[in-house]
Design a protein around this ligand. Structure first.
Ligand code: NAD
Ligand code: ZN
Ligand code: ZN
Length: 344
């Protein structure tokens, strides 16, 4: 008899997810079957469900790519895993392993990559299947609920910070203090950086202060560029995880000469474009870099920070049945920290 599981499924872009019973997937060659314990809700899941990006996700879709769970089945050809091992599944479901980017450790930009919860079924379900080669090892004693957000928010902001090449003692502006941003603060502090946090909500900036931001700016009240340039002469680096294009324009101008901004946020749709000053970039030798989730090596490093207690997501856990209310809160900018779905 086919074993069934509960899942939240998107049938139509822009419509609520439906909680349904569907067959538990079978692990194919090289795959693990994973019992999902916890799955964080990322703004990328909301973009997917809303159809903000091109190409749109593969429907019907089970979203979710911040998975913490345990190995419940082992496909043919997999070695090194045992039933019950704690593992995590990130956005990067797989990459080809053979193109010039994969070979250079830039698997994040592989053109044949698949994405968990976008092109492949994700973790808003009791089980999912994922290639063992791309599954992350979680410390066996770790708390799966606070660990889940490390699988996207953690690894993504960690890579973004590295890509700015900021050094200990330097200033970084973190623009957007949501699920990603509040974790970015902790990586930045652990990496010895001084943090300016920018958001449009005082509640999120209060959280930023409690996590070690030295300076906070509410961009809805104060011009963050003028504030940062006047008070500290600009930042050496900036990382943008905000969901408004204006924030990307501002972050570039928060930099001091020679600075680097890493773009992580993906507002999509009509908000996908920015206006930037050519002369500012040229004269002040500024650098703009994209940063797309993280490689498997980034993931291992990002998990290690969390395992060592240097980074811990601020979470609220809810049942899978709450997913549409969570997405609605996220759309309205009402979530402080991260919401994590509790699957067991
Ligand atoms: P979130 O909703 O938890 O946080 C977004 C934050 O941006 C909120 O705190 C909001 O108040 C803030 N914000 C909105 N407008 C702002 C403005 N003008 N200035 C400053 N802050 C502003 O979302 P999240 O889960 O942290 O994801 C953030 C973005 O990153 C999304 O677009 C998501 O798709 C993207 N993302 C990208 C990658 C990648 O690999 N590049 C990975 C994960 C997520
Ligand atoms: Zn994500
Ligand atoms: Zn490749």
């Amino acid at each position: 008899m086919t074993q069934m599981m509960k899942a939240a499924i998107l049938h139509e872009l822009g419509k609520p997810l439906k909680i349904e019973r569907v067959p538990v997937p079978e692990p194919g060659h090289g795959d693990l079957l994973i019992r999902v314990t916890a799955c964080g809700v990322c703004h990328s899941d909301l973009h997917a469900a809303s159809g903000d990006w091109t190409p749109p996700p593969v429907l019907p879709l089970i979203p979710g790519h911040e998975v913490a769970g345990t190995v419940a089945g082992i496909g043919p050809g997999v070695s090194g895993f045992r039933l019950g091992d704690k593992v995590g599944v990130p956005w990067m479901y797989s990459s080809c392993g053979q193109c010039e980017f994969c070979l250079a450790g830039m698997e994040t930009v592989c053109k044949s990559a698949e994405a968990t919860g976008y092109t492949k079924p994700g973790g808003f379900a009791e089980y999912l299947v994922a290639p063992a080669a791309f599954v992350g090892w979680l410390p066996q004693g770790s708390d799966p609920y606070s660990m889940a957000p490390i699988l996207c928010a953690g690894v993504t902001t960690y890579r973004g910070l590295k890509r700015t090449q900021a050094r200990p003692g330097q200033w970084v502006a973190l623009v957007g203090i949501g699920g990603l941003g509040h974790i970015a603060i902790q990586y930045a502090r652990a990496m010895g950086l001084r943090v300016v946090a920018v958001d449009v909500s005082d509640e999120k900036l209060d959280l930023a202060k409690s996590l070690g931001a030295e300076m906070v700016v509410n961009a809805a009240m104060t011009d963050p560029v003028a504030e940062i340039q006047t008070k500290i002469g600009g930042t050496h680096a900036a990382v943008v995880t905000a969901v408004a294009s204006r924030a990307f324009e501002q972050a570039l101008l928060m930099l001091r000469p020679g600075g680097t901004v890493a773009y992580i946020g993906l507002p999509g749709g009509k908000s996908d474009e920015i206006r930037a000053s050519i002369s500012a970039i040229t004269n002040w030798e500024l650098t703009v870099r994209g940063s797309n989730v993280g490689s498997r090596q980034d993931l291992n490093e990002a998990i290690a920070f969390a395992a060592n207690g240097l980074v811990r997501a601020t979470i609220r856990t809810v049942a899978l049945e709450e997913i549409n209310a969570v997405l609605d809160d996220m759309r309205k900018g009402r979530i402080v920290g991260r919401v994590v779905l509790k699957l067991e």
